[in-house]
Design a protein around this ligand. Structure first.
Ligand code: ZN
Length: 292
């Protein structure tokens, strides 16, 4: 089968044709400009690709309620130009079933189908990059609820020695994204994270915040694995620090085989940053199967 897939990000859009075995057959990437510029470019790319279905894993917030008038829309995003944009509608004329979900639900689907979480039914996938978001697989199902989880905006305790005033989130003075996303690192330290690789104080603070969030996810969702993606997954020196603080904050409260082996409980993405696009393809395939 030829599964069309879109991973829609705030800075770039990735379009691909995949098969159901996790192979990417063709790929095209374009920058995320205004919707009226970017959507037609992607639509045109799929035009002659003979796809059976299309899956879209999109930055949010988005409307996932099929009975809503704005189903398939990017809704209240602070990203310039993209608020109230009918994303799915731009591809309806392709005439194939279209699955639509969050970017992070795409990534958790990719990892649970083809990657390190294959066969695991309770997984949290956390991306920490330009933004912070969490895709959640619970008993084998993607969690949506009233909207979809916004795991990047959970509130954290701020560390007393954090040199940043407030946070970088316009809504919350102490949320995870506002304290840990790439722009927050830039604001706090004056440089992007990738130029701060050897600064232990930078990553110690980062790990302290990430570990708080992971403990909260564990307590609420009881995942069997937590996967980190985004830019932070390439700063591998931070992983042992995250696990150290995680154990400290957990303080022995829960005893499970997973938590006794944090090296295999808190892990990084395993699909070379293709988890989102591969997961998007599967989200499209599931919509095709649902429509019979
Ligand atoms: Zn926030």
């Amino acid at each position: 089968m030829r599964l069309g897939a879109i991973e829609a990000g705030g800075t770039k859009m990735c379009c691909a044709i995949c098969d159901e075995n996790g192979n990417i057959l063709e790929r095209m990437t374009c920058p995320t400009l205004k919707p009226e510029e970017t959507l037609p470019v992607m639509r045109a790319w799929f035009e002659d690709k003979n796809i059976d279905c299309l899956g879209i894993a999109c930055f949010g917030p988005i409307d996932l309620h099929k009975d809503s008038e704005t189903y398939g829309y990017v809704t209240t995003t602070p990203k310039p130009y993209w608020g109230n944009t009918d994303f799915v509608g731009a591809f309806r004329s392709l005439g194939v079933p279209i699955g639509f979900d969050t970017d992070v639900n795409g990534s958790v689907t990719g990892e649970a189908t083809f990657g390190i979480a294959k066969g695991i039914k309770n997984v949290v996938y956390l991306t920490i990059g330009t933004g912070v978001g969490a895709g959640i697989l619970c008993e084998g199902n993607l969690v949506h609820g009233m909207l979809h989880p916004e795991g990047g905006h959970i509130l954290l305790t701020k560390r007393a020695d954090d040199p940043m005033e407030g946070s970088n989130c316009p809504f919350h003075p102490n949320c995870f994204e506002g304290l840990c996303a790439g722009p927050a690192i830039q604001k706090r330290w004056g440089k992007p994270g990738k130029e701060l690789g050897d600064r232990e104080d930078v990553w110690d603070l980062q790990a302290w915040y990430i570990a708080q969030a992971l403990v909260d996810y564990t307590m609420i969702l009881s995942p069997e694995m937590i996967i980190l993606g985004g830019g932070v997954s390439h700063q591998t020196q931070v992983l042992p620090m995250i696990r150290k603080y995680y154990a400290e904050f957990m303080n022995g409260y829960l005893k499970t085989k997973e938590l006794e082996d944090l090296d295999n409980y808190i892990v990084v993405q395993s699909l070379d940053d293709n988890q989102g696009i591969l997961g998007a393809a599967i989200i499209g395939l599931k919509e095709l199967q649902a429509q019979g």
